[in-house]
Write a protein of this length. Structure first.
Length: 144
């Protein structure tokens, strides 16, 4: 299998929508297009897609600035198509994100992963990531 990893473009949006649903985050084509265009307008984040015969995975990486801890990179999402898992695609995408961070002088990457994603946790640990802490994520929908 020939794999090419490159920055996402508008031609990838439909397949990224499909993959997002596999990740458990269904999104409409309209919303994904809007989100992607807003993301493209910034310089502190990137989405990389993995192409084989089609788009088989994506990773979103961005700079996160905290008053207390400084700058680090966050993974906003990672998904590999269910039919393409176990072929090293996720590791290639994580490596691309790590290289992106290092090219910006950032030496730490962090992310959250739902506690039920045991297979994903084993994958991350094989790549050298360690669980730092367990937290609750609070959310509140604000009215417009």
């Amino acid at each position: 299998m020939s794999l090419l990893i490159s920055p996402m473009n508008e031609q990838n949006i439909t397949e990224v929508v499909e993959l997002s649903a596999q990740l458990g985050y269904p999104v409409t084509l309209e919303n994904m297009t809007r989100n992607f265009r807003m993301l493209r307008a910034t310089s502190n984040q990137e989405v990389f897609v993995a192409h084989a015969e089609k788009t088989v995975g994506w990773i979103h990486v961005y700079e996160h600035l905290s008053i207390a801890t400084g700058v680090r990179c966050e993974i906003g999402g990672l998904v590999v198509d269910e039919a393409s898992r176990g072929k090293g695609i996720g590791a290639e995408l994580m490596s691309k994100a790590e290289n992106w961070a290092q090219s910006r002088g950032i030496l730490e990457i962090s992310f959250s992963s739902r506690i039920t994603r045991v297979d994903a946790h084993r994958f991350y640990e094989r790549l050298g990531y360690r669980i730092q802490k367990t937290s609750h994520i609070f959310n509140k929908r604000l009215s417009s």
